[in-house]
Design a protein around this ligand. Structure first.
Ligand code: ACO
Length: 547
């Protein structure tokens, strides 16, 4: 079987667009002579566990775009009613794991098999037999199609046949913990093997709040409720007979160190130490230690130099940088050209360096800080109004406005900052519109509006897309202090006058991060630019009058 995984997945990926459910039935005979095959129970042997790992690790390499889910309703420790509640078993060899078809979160539209036909004339009978078989196990879409795959068989190496059919020890209650952001093959392996090990209850602790603070690109972590929804949907498909309890974790231990009836914790090489710490705490709490069941870490064949070698959510998050995370809003009030990108991000996020890179790629860069500074020139409306509002002490000897002193006054003081921005923003907006008009007249295709507080100002409707640049707060603080020579307190006050990155990201169409080497940022910008060109192209196509 292991040799067939990659070829079967490769050929299935040519038919399937989104979800590929895997139902195991070793030796399934669809040959017409033996009559209609029935689903059978498979004992949870070591081989099944290796097969699950093999499936997810191959899927990550050969069909990474598919949501693969290995179904375990028919993989059960003891085929009796007590061990497999809800199966309607009466015991004995004829026990059916599917007394009624199991509903899945995505009803199958097509059933695939790698059953090898002995005779091409059998094909119709075999596909009919397969459809009936699938319909007995799962609730399928009406008109379920069936397809016979013809996977390219891989060469068998000597010694490949050595399977491990010894039974796995199973447990009444199993626990795991994790962030479970954007469920990937490694999460699914952990979850599937835990389902294999658990007979009654599966407790899942999901990191929340404080436990997320140190994570790479934490702003891109899916909200807790969404992660739980995805987990529940996956688990409900995989083994509906188990009781699932999903709880938020605000410390690394959660209920694992207080619930007496837990028997086993599933860990990876990386989290084994965490599992051992759980056991030390349990013993301190007068509870028996848990069996540590260790699973293999899945390798990520596509990892880049800033990513981990294992399949990880942080790598998946870093691959989202520069891509379109949320469709742009409809903007019929804006002219088609130039396409307007509102580039924003906290102080010290590196947005100006990104704006310059976009300029080098062909965009017109409009620096709104600069436009703001122009409005302070003596004789301008803003100049007079600012001095009226804040007093003559904010004037330098040469009669110019002392912006630095003004900054120290307003950052950290909401009321005073609002008084200032109420004066300056309308004037900046006016100048911005003039610049955009000028770019339009010059036939420019893309303008990048570099605006530190674009979202706070509610300027999202003057651009087509919002791009947000993020860095961790400590990094932003040290950059601001070093670059602008301000104290830590002043830097904090300035950052606190702006939205936090998580809130900014909620409004972002594209997110970029300047935390790593300059080449890494350049690659992100290039990717974002290339994808933007495609979107602009498609938009132009859509806007063409139909002939
Ligand atoms: C909607 C927009 O984004 S318009 C562009 C931002 N400008 C404004 O909001 C106008 C109000 N601000 C100002 O006039 C000036 O920033 C002053 C007078 C307060 C300070 O002037 P200066 O000392 O010359 O500082 P400068 O204008 O370079 O801004 C320094 C930092 O303050 C931040 N900043 C500017 N305005 C604001 C604001 N309204 N709220 C919070 N932070 C702000 C900027 O992010 C900038 O950091 P960055 O370059 O790392 O992004």
């Amino acid at each position: 079987l292991p040799l067939r995984i990659a070829p079967v997945l490769t050929s299935a990926a040519q038919v399937v667009e989104r979800t590929l459910y895997v139902h195991l039935h070793p030796g399934l005979n669809l040959g017409a002579s033996v009559g209609q095959p029935r689903p059978v129970f498979i004992p949870p042997v070591v081989d099944v566990s290796s097969l699950i790992t093999g499936l997810y690790s191959n899927a990550a390499n050969v069909c990474a775009h598919l949501d693969v889910r290995v179904l375990l309703t028919n993989v059960c420790a003891q085929p009796n009613v007590a061990a497999c509640p809800g199966t309607g078993l009466s015991g004995g060899a004829a026990a059916n794991p599917f007394p009624s078809p199991q509903p899945l979160s995505h009803s199958p539209e097509v059933v695939l098999t790698d059953f090898a036909l002995q005779d091409p004339g059998q094909s119709r009978l075999v596909t009919q037999c397969l459809q009936r078989y699938a319909g007995n196990c799962y609730v399928c879409k009406p008109g379920l199609a069936s397809v016979l795959l013809h996977p390219q068989q891989e060469k068998e190496e000597p010694g490949d046949r050595g399977g491990r059919s010894e039974p796995m020890k199973t447990y009444s209650e199993v626990v795991v913990g994790g962030t479970f952001d954007r469920l990937h093959g490694a999460h699914k392996t952990l979850l599937n093997i835990s389902c294999l090990l658990a007979n009654k209850r599966f407790l899942i602790g999901v990191c929340d709040q404080d436990l997320l603070k140190k994570k790479v690109l934490k702003e891109l972590i899916e909200p807790y409720a969404l992660r739980v929804q995805h987990l529940r949907e996956f688990l409900q498909d995989v083994k509906p007979s188990l009781q699932y309890d999903i709880v938020p974790l605000s410390d690394p231990f959660g209920p694992s160190v207080v619930e007496a009836q837990l028997e086993c914790i599933v860990v990876s090489e990386e989290t084994r130490k965490g599992g051992e710490a759980v056991n030390r705490k349990r013993i301190e709490n007068g509870l028996p230690g848990l069996v540590l069941h260790e699973i293999q870490l899945l390798k990520d064949a596509h990892h880049t130099e800033i990513e981990e070698e294992k399949i990880s959510s942080s790598s998946l998050r870093s691959r989202l940088l520069g891509t379109l995370l949320a469709q742009a809003n409809e903007t019929p009030h804006l002219p088609l050209v130039p396409y307007l990108i509102g580039l924003t991000g906290g102080s010290g996020s590196g947005k100006t360096s990104i704006a310059r890179q976009l300029e080098a790629l062909g965009a017109v860069r409009i620096d709104t800080d600069q436009l703001g500074h122009e409005t302070y020139r003596p004789g301008e409306v803003v100049y007079n109004r600012v001095l009226e509002e804040f007093g003559p002490e904010f004037m330098n000897e040469d009669k110019t406005i002392n912006r630095r002193a003004l900054g120290l006054k307003v950052f950290g003081n909401k009321k005073r900052l609002k008084a200032l921005t109420d004066i300056v923003w309308p004037e900046i907006a006016l100048r911005l519109k003039q610049r955009i008009q000028q770019a339009r007249e010059e036939g420019k295709q893309v303008c990048v509006v570099d605006a530190a507080v674009l979202l706070e100002a509610g300027w999202t409707d003057i651009v087509h897309e919002v791009w947000v640049v993020v860095v961790p707060e400590e990094e932003a603080l040290s950059r601001v202090m070093a670059r602008d020579g301000v104290s830590q307190e002043d830097a904090i006050r300035r950052l606190q006058s702006q939205w936090g990155t998580a809130r900014q990201v909620e409004h972002a169409n594209v997110v970029l991060c300047t935390l790593w080497e300059p080449e890494v940022t350049q690659r992100q910008v290039r990717k974002a630019w290339d994808l933007l060109q495609k979107r602009i192209q498609q938009r132009m196509e859509r806007a063409k009058p139909h002939s």
